[in-house]
Design a protein around this ligand. Structure first.
Ligand code: CTP
Ligand code: MG
Length: 224
């Protein structure tokens, strides 16, 4: 199959704070987006990697992946959904693909096993996501808890999310619901199956400043 990876790195990192968007901040000595870009670039079955970045960030992005196969740069949008959609549109213009792996630059540590499992799952379903089971008790409420939610069959969904390209492209083009937090949900809205493969704690998304504060995680956080 013709397989393309799509990394979204066009966010502003507002919850992490600071002046440099988090995808360009150094994590374990390298700009965050370089980690997953390198993993995808080194996979022989992945033909190209599309990198979605903010307007005017071309030089910063080129520098971040210097020495690796050249990225296909696409300008993102105001929301994650729009950034993914722009990336999918660029892939469609290039002639499309059989499979696409959609990944957050904010999840730098990408295990090879997860990619293996996702690609295998696409032999049986149009979509597949890595997910981890809940370990804490789960309940609903505002100031007081009002409802217990059984954690059985509840999942924490990560990226990369893998899809048959035509199915996820159509789901994006037809989406009219509220802003979704991931792409699998858009496929499910079209009545298509999304399979679960084992997630990995390493794939946790770096969201808040504290996520960067681990001892040797970040070597040069924001200016100032
Ligand atoms: N993203 C994007 N385009 C956007 C918003 C987000 O490409 N308009 C990307 C981010 O760069 C990130 C991924 O989507 O790799 C997951 O988003 P998130 O963790 O929410 O990152 P940010 O939106 O940058 O952070 P925040 O929500 O705190 O502003
Ligand atoms: Mg965001």
């Amino acid at each position: 199959p013709h397989i393309i990876a799509l990394i979204v790195a066009a966010g502003s990192g507002s919850r992490a704070g600071g002046s440099t968007p988090k995808q360009f901040c150094k994590v374990k000595g390298q700009p965050m987006l370089r980690h997953s870009y390198a993993v995808f670039s080194n996979r022989p079955e992945i033909e190209s990697v599309v990198l979605v970045i903010g307007a005017g960030q071309e030089n910063q992005a080129q520098a971040a992946v210097e020495g690796l196969p050249a990225p296909l740069l696409v300008t993102g949008g105001a929301t994650r959904r729009e950034s993914v959609r722009n990336g999918l549109a660029a892939i469609a213009q290039m002639g499309g693909a059989d499979y696409v792996l959609i990944h957050d630059a904010a999840r730098p540590f990408l295990p090879e096993q997860v990619i293996d499992d996702l690609l295998n799952a696409l032999l049986e379903a149009p979509g597949a996501v890595p997910a981890l089971p809940m370990v804490d008790s789960i309940a609903r409420g505002t100031d007081i808890l009002t409802e217990t939610v059984e954690r059985e069959n509840l999942w924490r969904i990560q990226t990369p999310q893998a899809f048959h390209f035509s199915a996820i492209h159509a789901a994006h083009l037809g989406w009219s619901g509220a802003e979704p937090t991931d792409d699998a949900r858009m496929l499910m809205a079209n009545g298509l199956e999304v399979h679960i493969v084992p997630g990995d704690d390493a794939l946790t998304k770096m969201t808040f400043a504290k996520d960067f504060s681990g001892k040797d995680m970040i070597t040069s956080m924001r200016s100032g």
